[in-house]
Design a protein around this ligand. Structure first.
Ligand code: G3H
Ligand code: 13P
Ligand code: ZN
Length: 306
């Protein structure tokens, strides 16, 4: 079917306890894997592209292949711009057919974040496109920030209330301790659930989004290691923490890193097993299957899979 707006997908998650997965892609195989999983489990999904994914694959190609792939299923899907920072690119996405955009001005001072977000909401809503924004900063182990400094970068619930009221956004991504990538925590993983609860209360039931939600599961790390991918020290968000966050009002969960690990590990697996095979449809096809399987598992964990 045709792509639907992010707002419609978030409504599908309902009042609580279930979340829609947002899965990143920058090539045909990841896109096909996510859509095949959505179709197999009759589960809606955000098809997310970062600015660098757009730079890699090309905006028009992404829109064309996403529309064509979405037409192969009756499950509602949404084409989403992830972490849009360039206002001109956000506008191009809206004009080209994206059905959801994220304005990420979270690294700017609060007032400037508010101003830019409000402008994007006006422009995107006029075209029926929904808007996600971010408050607080996502910093991980790789950013070399110590714990106290890190917490100072988390979302402020009072600011969140004002931000939501004054921007008209459709969903909010609050920084509560996750980070992007495979190396999220130095010691034990720790999310600020208390803060999440306060943000939930302060924002009156607005859908919340959890970024940096890959769990970097041990079985995937074992497979990576078996086939020579060096991911020593990788650590993600434990699955029970994701379930807890969803129960507390997170209704969109963003996953990229786990998909990349699954894809890379399977490509390496095929190469190591079949040294004479250089047909990309064989190694990319098997890697695509691995991503589809993982996306289905995520959909089940997030509570919407049939
Ligand atoms: O938000 C981060 C996503 O994992 C996208 O990362 O800019 O490498 O495509 P990327
Ligand atoms: P991960 O790096 O944990 O997969 O997070 C992805 C994300 O937040 C995309 O916006
Ligand atoms: Zn993110």
């Amino acid at each position: 079917m045709s792509l639907v707006s992010g707002r419609d997908l978030l409504a599908a998650a309902g009042a609580g306890g279930r979340a829609v997965g947002a899965f990143n892609f920058s090539n045909l195989e990841f896109l096909q894997a996510i859509v095949a999983a959505a179709d197999a489990r009759q589960t809606p999904a955000f098809l997310a592209t970062s600015e660098s994914a757009i730079e890699y694959a090309g905006l028009e190609s992404i829109v064309a292949m996403t529309r064509a792939t979405a037409e192969t299923t009756k499950v509602p899907l949404c084409l989403h711009l992830d972490h849009g920072k360039d206002l001109a690119l956000i506008r191009r996405c809206v004009e080209a057919g994206y059905t959801s955009v994220m304005i990420d001005a979270s690294s700017l001072p609060f007032e400037e974040n508010l101003r830019q977000t409000r402008a994007v909401v006006q422009m995107a809503h006029a075209a029926g496109v929904s808007v996600e924004a971010e408050l607080g900063r996502l910093v991980g182990r790789e950013d070399g920030v110590v714990v106290a400094e890190r917490e100072a970068l988390f979302v402020d619930p009072a600011e969140a209330a004002r931000f939501v009221a004054e921007t008209g956004i459709d969903s909010l991504a609050p920084a509560i301790g996750t980070a992007h990538g495979a190396f999220k925590f130095k010691g034990e993983p720790k999310l600020d659930f208390d803060r999440l609860g306060k943000v939930r209360e302060a924002t009156g039931g607005l859908p919340l989004v959890l970024h940096g939600a890959s769990s970097v599961p041990q079985n995937l790390l074992d497979k990576c290691e078996r086939y020579g991918l060096d991911v020593k020290g990788a650590r993600g968000v434990p699955e029970p923490d994701l379930v807890r966050a969803i129960a507390m009002g997170v209704s969109k969960v963003n996953v990229d890193t786990d998909l990349r690990l699954a894809f890379a590990a399977e490509v390496r697996h095929v190469f190591s097993e079949q040294p004479k095979d250089f047909d990309p449809r064989h190694y990319l096809g098997r890697a695509r299957d691995a991503v589809r399987e993982l996306v289905e598992q995520k959909m089940e964990l997030f509570g919407l899979a049939k």
